[in-house]
Design a protein around this ligand. Structure first.
Ligand code: SF4
Length: 134
């Protein structure tokens, strides 16, 4: 995982790009004026990843919510897009309160606009209704 060493406003950080399976080892340096110098990337996507990790880290949240009358007790869900990393724990708390009812199709919106991010939480798989299931 990322290592970080921060001195005043300057920053030097190593990270692994997770945008594709190549997993380039990136190094980001930020000088006192806030300018970023990124090395180790093999493509533009890696440069953007490193910038976002320093300036606005985001992650797709994958988890489960309870489902009534489903073939399983829990439904896998995910955010439709990455949300700010600092909201992940709060989003988990919100989703722990959610219960949906089967049937559900992949991509169905389980919760719209989670934490006012403008991003929906969607079902990651189909779940059929099973009569008699809790
Ligand atoms: S920098 Fe480009 S090639 Fe390297 S892991 Fe990231 S996306 Fe893949």
């Amino acid at each position: 995982m990322a290592m970080e060493a921060q001195v005043s406003q300057e920053l030097k950080r190593k990270m692994t790009c997770i945008t594709c399976p190549t997993g380039c080892q990136l190094e980001v340096e930020r000088d006192a004026q806030g300018n970023l110098r990124i090395t180790g990337h093999q493509c533009r996507r890696g440069e953007i990843y490193a910038q976002n990790e320093v300036l606005n880290p985001r992650r797709v949240l994958t988890t489960t919510v309870r489902i009534r009358h489903g073939s399983l007790p829990l439904l896998p869900v995910r955010t439709a897009e990455a949300i700010p990393k600092e909201l992940l724990a709060k989003a988990m708390e919100v989703l722990a309160q959610i219960e949906v009812t089967a049937p559900v199709k992949t991509g169905d919106v389980v919760l719209a606009n989670i934490l006012d991010t403008g991003i929906d939480v969607i079902a990651s798989r189909d779940m059929q209704r099973v009569e008699g299931a809790a």
